[in-house]
Design a binder for this molecule. Structure first.
Ligand code: ADP
Ligand code: MG
Length: 386
């Protein structure tokens, strides 16, 4: 039979969300909390709603899954009018993750993650398999964590479980309301990196709320900068907003980001990284020594056949060697190209190393970052905004 199954696994794709003049008036309030907001959130993208506290971010987001019913206007999800869908059915089809994770304290991690599968009537076996799969997906060992209670987890672990729960029924849409707001900065950076990795595999439509512009730049394919009553001041890619803020309010938001925070606004992949000197495992020590002399460098990086960085070798170590095998020191940690310059600074400081290795797709070597790289970036962006 020539009838061969050719379908290749592809990432589950999200669906488009459209808001059309969506308004919320709370009872006894003279002004609407959200006033005629219209925007299209493209399928498979992360769109970040960023704005000051009280501007209406949560209200806007909750009108998408009808935890809050709009006073007027239309929300369309994947082409369907949300108002015409049964509210329970709608919410089961939309993952929802909030600050403090919002886990049920009296339920185990596994039972928390199984909430929506349970409502959907999945059988025990399927639910248990899915729960373990979700725990692994968010970087928690199922054998260790499935029977724990939320209070037995760190804040960062609780947030991971919150994300696992939101993803359990494989919804096309994920709503995240300041999900990483309550964890320390280093854990937050890790969770952000995890979310980006997950999203590159899953391709959901994610609406992410934050008041932190740095977080918006790091995570967003697009950012909606919101003013009072959720008025959209600018809706564009992070790069476009940074390059040309629409008005003084947006500019203030961008500019008020402190110097050190500006390191969080750029990712390593945006920089022209120093490539240094690399050598394959079969390079002779003499050839590497010659290459280092020519480049006026005191060390080089040995990479494997797939171009993954293996070890750092200094000129001194090359002197009497007859092969590169076993020479040099292993590279302790690498930074992905999606990491921000702030992440890079954290690694440089915690590892007490002068330079950190950056890897791109499939872990391939893409260069090194040093404190000088970071200072040069700050100097360049200072000039640009002056
Ligand atoms: P954000 O998430 O941006 O901080 P919210 O959407 O929570 O903003 O709130 C927007 C505005 O609506 C605020 O002025 C807030 O006080 C008001 N608000 C929020 N929830 C309610 C409610 N249930 N009843 C009345 N007013 C509310
Ligand atoms: Mg809020």
């Amino acid at each position: 039979m020539a009838d061969i199954e050719t379908s290749t696994p592809t990432a589950v794709s999200g669906v488009e969300i459209a808001l059309d003049r969506v308004t919320k008036r709370y009872p006894d309030q003279s002004d609407p909390a959200v006033d005629e907001v219209s925007m299209t959130i493209p399928a498979g993208e992360i769109v970040v709603l960023v704005g000051p506290s009280g501007c209406g971010k949560t209200t806007t987001m909750r009108m998408i899954n009808r935890l809050i019913e709009p006073t007027s206007g239309t929300v369309t999800i994947g082409g369907r009018d949300a108002a015409a869908i049964d509210a329970d059915e709608l919410r089961r089809g939309i993952g929802y993750s909030i600050q403090q994770a919002g886990l049920f304290p009296h339920l185990t991690v596994a039972k928390n993650i199984a909430t929506v599968p349970g409502l959907l009537g999945w059988d025990r076996k399927r639910t248990a398999a899915r729960t373990d799969e979700m725990l692994s997906l968010v970087g928690l060992d199922p054998d260790i964590y499935r029977d724990r209670y939320p209070r037995q987890l760190s804040g960062g672990q609780q947030q991971r479980v919150g994300v696992a729960r939101a993803l359990a029924a494989d919804p096309p849409v994920l709503l995240m309301d300041e999900p990483f707001g309550a964890v320390d900065p280093i854990t937050r950076a890790l969770l952000q990196d995890e979310l980006l990795r997950l999203q590159s595999e899953l391709g959901k439509t994610i609406v992410f709320v934050t008041h932190d512009f740095g977080e918006a730049v790091k995570l967003g394919d697009r950012i909606a900068v919101l003013g009072d009553r959720s008025r959209i001041l600018q809706y564009d890619t992070p790069a476009a907003i940074l390059a040309a803020p629409a008005d003084d309010t947006v500019a203030g938001f961008v500019g008020a980001t402190a110097t050190i925070d500006r390191l969080g606004l750029a990712v390593l992949g945006d920089l022209d990284l120093d490539r240094g000197v690399t050598a394959g495992p079969d390079t002779t020590p003499a050839d590497l020594a010659a290459a280092l002399r020519t480049a006026d460098r005191s060390w080089g990086i040995v990479v494997d056949d797939a171009h993954k960085p293996l070890r750092r070798i200094t000129t001194g170590e090359l002197a009497h060697a007859d092969s590169l095998t076993g020479l040099g020191t292993p590279i302790p940690a690498t930074l992905p190209a999606e990491a921000t310059l702030q992440d890079a600074l954290a690694v440089l400081l915690t590892d007490r190393t002068a330079s950190a290795v950056v890897v791109g797709t499939a872990g391939a070597y893409s260069g090194v970052v040093t404190v000088d790289t970071l200072i040069a970036h700050l100097a360049a962006t200072e000039t640009a905004s002056a």
